[in-house]
Design a protein around this ligand. Structure first.
Ligand code: PLP
Length: 445
């Protein structure tokens, strides 16, 4: 390929990157990845980088699994495209829907495909509103979501998300309101984690009563907030949310785009936290990112209610045959190689101990981990759970830059540092990740 500097110049001149200050790219230049194998990436300069983020939380089976390319080629040669509109179907979409129903919690047997997590959450907005229309309660329109949640960046998904930066670009659709997130480290004050978790969950009840239950359609949440900083909720949180959802009879959407397909040590994060959703959003790990595909897994009751009339919704690429065939192969590999059990084996106690060990660093005040997703909080004062003052800049950003320089990819959300590595990571690779993380934290302040 061309020399890195030339690629960077072309990139900056013509390629608009998501979630990037594009004019700043010119001076700095993007890091250009050229190859991947397992948990390792190679860049255009030949550096070997350990990917602590599995791309964007998605390359669950790791890079370089050529079986997926073989399946894609076969499917393209056989039937590159057909749609699933108007009573047509094809083998990959049928087989994948059946496989997902087999893996999903009991009673969740129906899959509506999309091209991404954002599209799937847009589908969910329609699904829940359609459900209440069909039940003769069309005034039930409002979806309650959470601050700092992330549900994608289409206008629908971005509205469900609770990130003001995203709302600032184009506003929010009507009928979405937000309650607080269960971020104990940042917001728990003097409360115990359990009391804080209960209080945060009870904001849902207060919001339902305030809006009038007759107006509320659904609650949506990620089992563990991912892009918001890997916020693992106190154990009191989800049971209380479940109690409230059950009491008022509103629909529960678990956004499993990150937590689905093994990330938390079960097939779905809902299973790790005892959540019983009506709808689950899936994407990312469904195909390990080898093809763009997402969807909504819908429970029997919701599917029966909305199924009585035409559902005026769908995407050209809903259930795309190549994406579906690749996702199916990804799930076959995950099952055959017991990758979900591997997550449990390496996460606890091995990674959990090492991750908590980062708190021995004077700047690390909090360490959260569930399965293979974790976060640490960088702080100038652990006892006070203090934040760095803004005049030192974003310490998290600097830490991310140091990680990058040390050939480790970690993400930062403010001063929280995040990992979500490929699920196939080995104990030796965990050691490398932790060593590089420690050095990078040390260098960032
Ligand atoms: N929901 C969650 C929980 C996510 O983390 C993401 C992406 O990070 C999305 C939805 C959006 O998925 P996509 O980027 O595939 O549209």
């Amino acid at each position: 390929h061309m020399p890195t500097a030339e690629l960077q110049a072309l990139d900056a001149a013509h390629h608009m990157h998501p979630f990037t200050a594009n004019t700043a790219l010119g001076s700095k230049g993007a890091r250009i990845m050229t190859q991947g194998k397992g948990v390792w990436l190679t860049d255009s300069e030949g550096n070997k980088i350990i990917d602590g983020m599995a791309g964007l939380w998605c390359v669950n089976i790791g890079y370089g699994r050529t079986e997926l390319g073989d399946v894609a080629k076969r499917q393209m040669d056989e039937l590159a495209y057909y749609n699933t509109f108007f009573q047509t179907s094809h083998v990959p979409a049928i087989a994948l829907a059946a496989k997902i129903a087999e893996l999903a919690p009991e009673g969740m047997n129906h899959v509506f495909f999309a091209g991404s997590g954002s599209e799937a959450n847009d589908t969910n907005i329609r699904l829940v509103r359609r459900y209440w229309d069909a039940k003769g309660q069309p005034e039930k329109r409002i979806i309650i979501a959470r601050t700092n949640g992330y549900h994608g960046s289409t206008i629908g998904g971005g509205s469900l998300g609770g990130m003001s930066g995203i709302h600032a670009h184009g506003g929010k659709i009507a009928g979405v309101v937000h309650i607080g997130e269960p971020n104990y480290w940042a917001q728990g004050g003097d409360m115990t984690p359990e009391a804080f978790g209960l209080a945060r969950a009870q904001e849902l009840e207060a919001m339902i009563l305030n809006l009038g239950v007759e107006n509320v359609a659904a609650f949506i949440g990620e089992p563990v907030q991912g892009a918001g900083g890997v916020i693992v909720p106190p154990s009191s949180y989800w049971p209380e949310i479940q109690r409230i959802v059950d009491k008022y009879g509103i629909l529960l959407i678990a956004d499993e785009v990150i937590t689905g397909f093994g990330r938390t040590g079960n097939w779905f994060g809902s299973q790790s936290f005892g959540i019983k959703p009506h709808i689950m959003t899936i994407a990312k790990g469904l195909s390990s990112g080898y093809q763009p595909i997402g969807g909504s897994i819908v429970c029997d009751e919701v599917a029966a209610v909305i199924g009585s009339d035409e559902f005026n919704h769908g995407y050209t690429y809903s259930g795309h045959p190549v994406a579906a065939a690749v996702a199916l192969e990804n799930l076959r590999i995950m099952q055959e190689e017991n990758i979900v059990a591997h997550v449990r084996d390496v996460a606890h106690p091995y990674l959990a101990k090492k991750w908590a060990g980062l708190m021995e660093h004077p700047m690390v005040g909090d360490a959260q981990l569930v399965g293979l997703m974790g976060s640490i909080a960088l702080t100038p004062n652990k006892a006070a759970r203090a934040k760095f003052s803004s005049d030192v800049g974003t310490v998290g950003y600097r830490c991310r830059e140091r990680c990058f320089a040390n050939n480790l990819i970690m993400r930062h959300v403010g001063d929280r540092m995040i990992i979500s590595p490929p699920l196939v990571i080995t104990l030796e690779e965990i050691d490398v990740l932790i060593e590089r993380a420690w050095v990078s934290i040390d260098e960032c302040y």
